[in-house]
Design a protein around this ligand. Structure first.
Ligand SMILES: Nc1ncnc2c1ncn2[C@@H]1O[C@H](COP(=O)(O)OP(=O)(O)OP(=O)(O)O)[C@@H](O)[C@H]1O
Ligand SMILES: [Mg+2]
Length: 1107
């Protein structure tokens, strides 16, 4: 859902006045009251124009939620109630959209909330800038660098429980889209004296307490530490615990942050080892030992701690021990070694601890920079966030406070430069009507400190480098001489008569009247701290460590790189780095957050008017409002102004050809901006009210949208036209190709049609020609035919004529013959009747006979005796002749047929003839036997060895040898017997053994009986009283009955010259022993197929059923 744009303003629901510029009346009281009123209503932010005043609420307010971030995102600065997010958004958008590098300057005294403000700025920017895995990692690393640096560089002070003890300036780098690429952190002078000594009520750096509270037993053991704070001399005991701070939890946060930033495990381990070593260094104690030569010497009391340090750091114990006892001074080629007394030994120990810790801190910053370094080389936009230690006044202020306060002076200076001085000077420079506003310029204090000749830092350096005895007192003396007349410098010994009576000032102190108040500095330690001296023996001992991190922290300990030149002093180093920082800040667009501390108790809801009033005064906020009120909220050179807003007016858009100032005038007139809202300077336009600027911005935004629409319109038009032209061109190409194709097709069609037409025409012509040719041919043929017909006609006519002629001639001849005959008959009629009739009859008969025989000759049937064909009789009178001739012919051809036969065949046919005579038309079995050749010896007795005996018994020629069934006389059942017929006998033998059962001479056979039917039964009747007739007649049955009966008949005839009686009857009598039995043949059923069955019915009857 689109978010509803609700136009709100700073003025809506305002508590007090959101922007001090609107405060009426403007004086100190109303200013403080306004702040107080707002503070009481939890409104901790108030504007002075574009400067944000932030009052530390000392409690968490619900105004930093993601919803708030969204609320302030992309909104005009004055649209919503004052907030640090509004300033961050303004800075970020100005960086992203207008390509202006930004810096966010956060100032205020210690505990005013600078560090918190800087973190809020960073988290806001991180929330609104680009997203994506890579970008998020960069953001996370940038944000997580804070807890690490805070743990090592922050400490509890009386003013702030989390006081920054180092200055930090962080450049966040962005690409052209506004996505973060990386960052660079610069650190400024860590307050390292805190490592060895803390003022009452304060703590050492957080990390020491965090390790001891948060590390596991195991880890502590590895670091050779004990959990008890009181074990360590370097840890101030009176405030080891801070209310509301969980050191153990913070330790885990720090370790996690180190991991996110990219510290390797071994690096983290090394860092904590160094921290442990520093802590343990504090426990090394010395005792005096007098030497014989009277020199004081020191000795380590308990070497156990030293041993453990050496184990942790990998340093040879003797080397370190020696470094704590001796000091080697090298001058030119000489090397002088002196012993250290107890005080010197302690000094050396503390110097080592401080150096070790501060170098570790610098190493950490370098290491973090390595991780968060932008990976690309593209041009970067930069947003710098400056968070330094705030202005502070302690009971005992030393070199560190001096440096810190100097830094704050410089920042105040830059604020004055840019907001008060520069602005007012600019109005004058630009010729804008202006009444000068008084303000305090702290340049004079800066000069007191940093002046190259007479500045305090220069004095200190001079003192440090001076040969001879140099002490803090000599330094103070020098100051007294040089700075005594300075307005802002005070000391007891000052020559300035004004302060002669100032007994409040101790002897060893000097006081500077800073912009934020008077601060008394103890001069003690200034020279030492400025010198920042570490005995070479110690740095060399450190360099010899096998611990790689410690070795790297002390490069000057390398004997190969001995540098006899003094290193720059701490003061001059700091001055130089602050100068670079100021230069850097001046190149960027400044955004101010001025932090104010509401009370000294670090408590919520308490608004100490006096304290706030003091801060408001020294921060010059009232002057800031005055300048702001009298002046103009915004200024810009004419060219960029015209460039930015020229699209709002027809005359200036798109090009203005005159001078830029005239263009801006035209533009503002056209937009009808009230005249009191702007002024024309020499090179810049000044806009009084931010609202006017916002109006311009809104109009511009609106116009840009219109222009974008216009561009889009033109682009779309262009795109469509290009597309149209392309399509048109394509269409022509396609059309031409299509036309070509169509024409080709048409041409092909025409061509093929032409070929078809052509072929038709050719065909037609050819056919025409053919027709003509055919016609011609036919004509020719017709002529020929006509000629032929004509010739034919002629020939037929000729033939006809010739035939006519011949007929006529024949007719003539016939007529002539008839006439002749007539003539002869007339002449011979008288003789004809007596003879002619008989002669003609004979002649005719003769002629007919002749003709008959000639025809018969041609019509003769075949010579086969069974051919029944015979030509029809032609004349009735030849009937008997014709039959006779048929008979003769048949006899003749039979004879012819017989003549072909061999003797064997003749015999067979004789037998067949005999059979025919005997059985034809008598026995129904006969016709089936005609086609069967009579073989006689069906059993080959001689060849079968089984019948050898039988063969031997029969010495005559065997006529018949065949198996027959002998019918049992008693029951009519059949038994197989071999039936043999020889010349003289009939024999019956056993079929299996070949034994002769009966032998009957042919003479004893009287008769053979059989039925007229289709069966093979026959009875052989024997002569009564003969030898063979004992058992009676034989009733037999055979498949070759006709042949057997015939052969029996013939053999009997030839042997006995008597005809054998063959009786064919369906009922006959047979003699069985003494009985005469009647054998009767009846029509039987076809139960047993075609086989006849024989059954003895009774004594007298044997019935044969023939199917
Ligand atoms: N916006 C805020 N909301 C809630 N508490 C705040 C806010 N700003 C500051 N504080 C509280 O005030 C304390 C001090 O703030 P901070 O550390 O930012 O001060 P500082 O100005 O950086 O001081 P120093 O100069 O000593 O570093 C914080 O620890 C926090 O408890
Ligand atoms: Mg801080």
């Amino acid at each position: 859902m689109a978010k509803m744009e609700v136009k709100t303003s700073l003025l809506d629901n305002m508590i007090g006045v959101g922007d001090m510029v609107l405060l009426e009346p403007l004086d100190e009281d109303s200013f403080i009251n306004n702040l107080k009123k707002r503070f009481d209503h939890s409104e901790v932010y108030t504007y002075i124009g574009s400067v944000v005043i932030s009052i530390n609420p000392y409690r968490s307010l619900p105004i930093y939620t993601p919803e708030k971030v969204e609320e302030y995102r992309n909104r005009n600065f004055y649209e919503l109630s004052p907030h640090i997010f509004a300033l961050s958004d303004e800075a970020y958008r100005s960086l992203r959209d207008q390509d202006k590098d930004q810096c966010i300057l956060i100032t205020g005294e210690s505990g005013a909330g600078k560090t918190e403000a800087s973190k809020l700025v960073m988290s806001y920017v991180a929330a609104v800038c680009g997203k994506g895995a890579e970008v998020n990692q960069v953001k996370e690393q940038l944000l997580q660098s804070n807890p690490v640096l805070e743990a090592f560089g922050n400490a509890k002070t009386v003013r702030n429980d989390n006081s920054s003890r180092f200055g930090k300036y962080m450049d966040i780098e962005f690409d052209f889209k506004g996505d973060p690429l990386g960052g660079v952190i610069s650190n400024y002078l860590l307050e390292k004296s805190r490592v060895v000594k803390q003022p009452r009520g304060e703590r050492n750096f957080h990390i020491f307490y965090q390790i001891l509270s948060g590390a596991s037993e195991d880890f502590l053991c590895k670091l050779k530490l004990e959990r008890d704070f009181s074990r360590y001399n370097y840890l101030g005991l009176d405030s080891a615990k801070v209310n509301g701070v969980d050191d153990a939890a913070n330790f885990r946060t720090v370790r996690n942050a180190m991991q996110i930033v990219g510290f390797m495990d071994h690096e983290t381990q090394s860092v904590f080892e160094v921290v442990a070593a520093v802590l343990k260094l504090g426990n090394i104690e010395f005792k005096p030992e007098s030497r014989v030569n009277g020199l004081d010497e020191s000795k380590i009391k308990d070497k156990n701690e030293l041993k453990e340090i050496c184990e942790l750091t990998g340093i040879d114990q003797s080397v370190l021990e020696r470094a704590f006892s001796f000091r080697t001074v090298e001058a030119k080629q000489e090397k002088v070694s002196t012993t250290l007394n107890v005080a010197q030994a302690y000094y050396a120990r503390d110097a080592l601890a401080k150096n070790l810790y501060s170098r570790l801190f610098s190493w950490l910053v370098t290491r973090i920079n390595e991780s968060i370094k932008a990976q690309t080389k593209v041009r970067k936009k930069v947003m710098g966030v400056l968070d330094i230690y705030g202005f502070e006044i302690f009971e005992d202020n030393s070199f560190e406070q001096f440096i810190i306060n100097y830094c704050n002076e410089k920042l105040q200076q830059i604020f004055i430069e840019l907001t008060l001085k520069e602005e007012q000077e600019e109005y004058i420079r630009e010729g804008i009507e202006w009444t000068h506003i008084e303000y305090f310029n702290n340049a004079i204090i800066c000069d007191l400190i940093e002046n190259n000749q007479t500045g305090i830092l220069a004095m200190l350096d001079e003192e440090c480098l001076r040969p001879g005895t140099v002490t803090d007192d000599t330094f103070l003396e020098k100051l007294n001489q040089v700075c005594a007349t300075h307005q802002h410098f005070e000391s007891r010994m000052s020559k300035c008569s004004r302060f002669l009576n100032d007994t409040s000032l101790p002897h060893s102190c000097f006081r500077i009247q800073h912009y934020a108040g008077k601060v008394m500095y103890q001069v003690e330690g200034f020279v030492d701290k400025n010198n920042d001296l570490l005995y070479r023996d110690l740095s060399q001992a450190m360099w010899k460590a096998s611990h790689s991190l410690i070795k790297a922290l002390f490069p000057e300990g390398n004997p190969a790189k001995i540098n006899l030149k003094r290193p720059p002093t701490a003061g001059s180093q700091f001055k130089a780095s602050v100068a670079t920082l100021m230069k850097n800040l001046q190149t960027k667009n400044p955004n101010y957050i001025r932090c104010i501390k509401p009370n000294d108790k670090k408590a919520a809801h308490i608004f100490n008017d006096a304290l706030v009033c003091h801060q408001v005064r020294y921060l010059g906020l009232l002057e800031n409002v005055r300048v702001r009120r009298a002046g103009y909220a915004f200024r810009q050179a004419y060219e960029p102004c015209l460039e930015r807003y020229k699209m709002l007016c027809k005359q200036t858009w798109p090009h203005w050809r005159g001078p830029a100032r005239a263009g801006v005038e035209v533009l503002f007139n056209e937009l009808e901006i009230p005249e009191e809202e702007f002024s024309f300077g020499r090179s810049k336009i000044f806009i009084r009210n931010p609202r006017t600027l916002f109006k311009l911005e809104d109009l511009r935004k609106q116009r840009l949208e219109d222009l974008a629409t216009l561009i889009e319109k033109i682009y779309r038009g262009w795109k469509c036209r290009t597309r149209f032209l392309l399509m048109k061109k394509s269409q022509i190409v396609i059309a031409s190709w299509y036309r070509r194709y169509a024409q080709q097709k048409k041409y092909q069609k025409i061509k093929s049609s032409a070929i078809i037409v052509q072929s038709y025409i050719r065909g037609w012509k050819a056919r025409k020609l053919l027709r003509e040719l055919k016609h011609q041919k036919r004509c020719n043929e017709a002529a020929t035919i006509i000629a032929a017909y004509w010739h034919g006609t002629q020939a037929r006519r000729e033939l006809k004529r010739l035939k006519e002629e011949a007929r006529r001639k024949h007719a003539v001849a016939v007529i002539w013959a008839y006439w002749l005959g007539l003539k002869v008959r007339r002449e011979y009629r008288k003789f004809f009747r007596a003879n002619a009739g008989r002669k003609i009859y004979e002649f005719t008969l003769q002629r007919l006979m002749q003709k008959y025989f000639l025809e018969m000759k041609n019509k003769m049937p075949s010579l086969s005796p069974i051919d029944k064909n015979w030509p029809a009789r032609p004349y009735l009178f030849l009937d008997s002749t014709h039959k006779e001739l048929k008979r003769i012919f048949h006899l003749w051809r039979c004879k012819k047929y017989r003549d072909q036969f061999t003797d064997q065949q003749k015999l067979i046919y004789e037998e067949k003839l005999e059979a025919s005579e005997l059985f034809k038309d008598k026995k129904a079995l006969y016709p089936a036997s005609v086609g069967q050749p009579f073989q006689g010896a069906y059993l080959e007795i001689s060849k079968n060895p089984k019948y050898k005996k039988l063969k031997d018994a029969v010495d005559e020629k065997i006529i018949i040898a065949e198996v027959v069934n002998k019918i049992n006389r008693a029951n009519g059942k059949a038994t197989s017997r071999i039936f043999l017929l020889t010349k003289n006998n009939v024999l019956l033998a056993d079929q299996k053994s070949g034994n002769i059962k009966s032998e009957v001479p042919l003479g004893d056979v009287t008769k053979v009986s059989m039925s007229s039917q289709n069966d093979g039964f026959f009875a052989v009747h024997l002569k009564e009283g003969s030898g063979a007739a004992g058992k009676g007649d034989f009733l037999l049955s055979s498949d070759h009955l006709i042949e057997m009966a015939t052969k029996l008949y013939r053999t009997t005839l030839s042997q006995t010259k008597q005809k054998l009686n063959i009786e064919i009857s369906d009922e006959f009598l047979v003699q069985f022993r003494q009985d005469k039995v009647c054998v009767k043949f009846i029509q039987g059923s076809q139960k047993n197929g075609n086989i006849p069955t024989c059954k003895r019915k009774n004594n007298r009857l044997l019935e044969v059923a023939v199917p």
